[in-house]
Write a protein that binds this ligand. Structure first.
Ligand code: ADP
Length: 749
């Protein structure tokens, strides 16, 4: 059993129980209550345990001149770079050869068809068939004769307000002759007629409408597209020759996408230690947790040894706590006055990744990872140093130490000062900015006391900011070997005063070692075909009819009028001013017409929570505000909405628009940060693009973007549906990004 140390004045903290659901703002920087250097703030009292203090971390500050920013570190081993090759393919896929844009006007198809069709398809098309490639083979025939108005679902639940059936040209659903072309993926194997594709594993039978009827009518081009899994194969063509068998595909159906979209690659093996404050599924308050989970997992499939180090919060579900294994303990000096603290190491190995939890109940017994700046500064000074000390203790010396956000920003500083003489010092450090707004700023005396760092790091080129404050993130940026942020656009933006959060000049100075690598999403978790939280699973071959089912189920779950014809807009976000909610509030009354419904899911600032509650009251039946953190509901909203709103003031990367696209929900975003890098605006002339965008932070422009989307949805459903399929087919997995990180590691080592 893990030994944990408690402060004298601390009540025995109960071990974890509930997962951290509610988001808490990481922001700590502000409200810095003055704390005298001599009088350490909320200093957790410490009672050294009598048992063997195996202190690993050297503490004595040696006077090394603060040479601060080590420049990038010339890539010694050029050769390694070779590895990059693999990425190329993917990108391509996205771009894909735009096949002849399908005739949008094409007569609409038979309305009903959709459902049955969906059913029929299943049998034959194995979800797998990455191959799906050949797009449009049959498409041609598809062109169904111009149909009449689709009577539309018999099962439609009494739709209260039947909007005068918007011109939704009968759902083009299956038809989409061309749709497929988009998919570059197809590239290689185009020949096979759709039928070959074994039906995507009918994971869940979906019994209802699907009559087993083997008769698959025109394999809508869509079918080929295949669910995400396929394209993933980063690997070049032949790579998966084996796959050819339908038989095999059949079995695969059973397990959705089990493995791999990642093909193990040969090449130099590297070891990487990830250090950060949260990691899904143990503890999550935002996108950082998703990255800390998905990136290590993706790297472990790319010939990397990965260890993730996070605090052992009491709020980590018992389900995981109970599986942790005790790895050791020691005492570590931390503060300038020599105070030592207990460090326990608990380990959990899962899915190819080793998770080490730093245990100390004085710091991590709260119900949430973050509290206030006063409590967080000591907590993360301790955590940064303990993580390095733990690596030394376990004698696990990685090639790369990858730190995330301000909570781990002191790691590079410790490594180049107090740990300079330990074996760990040979490791190179990468620091990733997930959100520059939160930097870990407090007065110098307090941070100096709690970090125990030598005085010379508190200079204006490293930790000092504005003469009086110490900025932990600034110190990390200075001492790390490479800085990355989560999108290219954000990497550029943060070098400007408008987005630089007062570190723009510092970032410009270090721009030589700054680069952007966009995030991805984990297809094992975010996969509409296997997602257990959805009402109805679907893939690109049957998204059109099944999305309607999910929409209806969502409307029922949320108490909205059930009507397939409504244009449903989703908003899943932390309710803070970063997310552009003031713009949303300003125009809500203008978008709430009889054809539109809005679903909000999030928690955060009271001001926004209250305004959304108010609007729910005003537009009862058409607007639902879910002021809560609910993973399952988030999944169902992604699946049941037609569009997803992400009008952020700034967005380092953003995951919701990626998830939305993968679930066939069209993003409406502001062109900033990762939103700009991942959502290509719709081009009405070429009929391509993934969503609707606006540039300036202006409510009028947001309204215009929403109206463009709405008009497109109601007047050109055929092309809208093509976009839905195009988005589902877009590769937004970690594959490509993980390769870029891996190559970065190789460059550094
Ligand atoms: P940020 O990290 O700035 O909060 P991201 O878009 O990077 O924003 O990541 C947000 C993640 O948190 C997504 O996975 C999203 O689905 C999830 N999320 C946000 N709010 C909620 C909520 N209220 N309930 C469930 N999931 C949420």
């Amino acid at each position: 059993m893990p030994k944990t140390k408690k402060g004298l004045d601390q009540a025995p903290a109960s071990t974890a129980e509930k997962p951290v659901k509610k988001r808490t703002t990481h922001n700590t920087d502000t409200a810095a209550a003055a704390t005298a250097p001599g009088t350490p703030t909320p200093a957790p009292q410490e009672t050294p345990k009598t048992t063997a203090p195996v202190v690993k971390a050297p503490e004595t500050p040696k006077e090394q001149p603060v040479t601060a920013a080590k420049t990038p570190e010339a890539p010694k081993e050029k050769p390694v770079t070779a590895a990059k090759a693999p990425e190329a393919p993917k990108e391509k896929s996205v771009a894909a050869p735009k096949a002849p844009k399908a005739p949008k006007e094409k007569p609409v198809t038979a309305p009903k068809a959709p459902k049955e069709k969906a059913a029929a398809k299943k049998p034959e098309t194995p979800k797998e068939e990455p191959a799906a490639l050949e797009k449009k083979p049959e498409a041609p025939k598809e062109k169904p004769a111009p149909v009449e108005k689709k009577p539309e679902t018999p099962e439609k639940k009494a739709a209260p307000k039947k909007p005068k059936a918007p011109k939704e040209k009968a759902a083009p659903v299956e038809k989409k002759p061309e749709g497929p072309k988009e998919e570059p993926v197809s590239v290689e194997k185009k020949p096979e007629p759709p039928k070959e594709k074994p039906a995507p594993a009918p994971k869940k039978p979906e019994a209802p409408k699907e009559q087993p009827a083997p008769v698959e009518e025109k394999p809508a081009p869509i079918e080929e597209k295949m669910p995400q899994v396929p394209k993933e194969q980063p690997a070049p063509v032949e790579e998966a020759p084996v796959v050819t068998e339908e038989v095999q595909s059949v079995q695969e159906e059973a397990q959705p996408m089990a493995e791999p979209y990642y093909t193990p690659q040969p090449g130099p093996r590297r070891s990487i230690a990830f250090i950060g404050s949260e990691c899904y599924p143990f503890v999550k308050t935002g996108g950082l947790a998703d990255v800390m989970y998905a990136l290590p997992k993706a790297l472990s499939r790319m010939n990397c040894d990965v260890k993730v180090i996070i605090p052992r919060y009491a709020c980590i579900p018992w389900e995981y706590q109970s599986k942790m294994v005790y790895r050791g303990e020691f005492y570590m000096p931390l503060c300038t006055d020599g105070r030592t603290f207990y460090v326990g190491i608990m380990e959990y190995v899962w899915d190819g990744v080793v998770y080490d939890f730093i245990d100390n109940q004085e710091f991590f017994s709260g119900g949430s990872p973050y509290t206030s700046i006063i409590g967080d500064i000591p907590k993360f000074c301790y955590f940064s140093k303990a993580a390095l000390a733990a690596l030394n203790y376990m004698d696990w010396i990685p090639d790369i130490i990858h730190c995330h956000d301000w909570q781990a920003a002191l790691v590079p500083v410790y490594l180049r000062t107090l740990f300079q003489t330990t074996p760990l010092s040979r490791a190179k450090t990468v620091f990733t900015i997930h959100n520059l707004r939160f930097q870990g700023i407090y007065n110098i005396p307090t941070i100096r006391y709690w970090s125990g760092l030598p005085d010379y790091v508190f200079n204006k080129d490293a930790l000092t900011q504005n003469w009086l404050d110490a900025n932990m993130m600034k110190g990390g940026l200075t001492y790390c070997n490479m800085i990355t942020t989560v999108s290219n656009t954000y990497a550029r933006e943060i070098q400007t005063p408008a987005y630089g959060e007062k570190l723009d000049a510092h970032l410009r100075y270090h721009s030589g070692k700054l680069r952007g690598i966009v995030n991805g999403i984990d297809y094992d978790i975010w996969n509409p075909w296997t997602d257990p939280m959805l009402h109805t699973n679907y893939d690109i071959t049957n998204v059109l009819p099944r999305k309607k089912e999910n929409k209806r189920a969502l409307q029922e779950e949320l108490g909205l009028w059930q009507d397939d014809h409504k244009f449903v807009i989703g908003l899943i976000s932390r309710l803070t001013n970063q997310k552009g909610l003031d713009l949303v509030n300003a125009i809500l009354p203008q978008i709430m017409d009889e054809h539109t419904q809005v679903v909000v899911l999030g928690t955060g600032d009271t001001m926004y929570e209250d305004s959304f509650r108010y609007y729910e009251h005003v537009y009862k039946g058409n607007l639902c505000s879910n002021i809560m953190y609910d993973e399952g509901r988030a999944h169902r909203i992604y699946a049941g909405c037609d569009a997803l709103l992400v009008p952020s003031k700034f967005e380092p990367c953003g995951l919701t628009q990626l998830i939305g696209m993968h679930y066939g929900t069209i993003p409406i975003v502001r062109e900033t940060g990762g939103l700009k890098d991942t959502v290509q605006p719709r081009n009405e002339f070429t009929n391509d693009g993934n969503g609707f965008t606006f540039d300036r932070y202006d409510a009028g422009l947001l309204l215009d973007a929403i109206n463009r989307a709405k008009t497109f949805y109601f007047t050109n459903r055929y092309c809208w549906d093509e976009m839905v399929q195009r988005d589902m087919d877009k590769n937004v997995s970690w594959e490509n990004s993980a390769w870029q990180y891996r190559n970065l590691y190789l460059e550094l080592t």
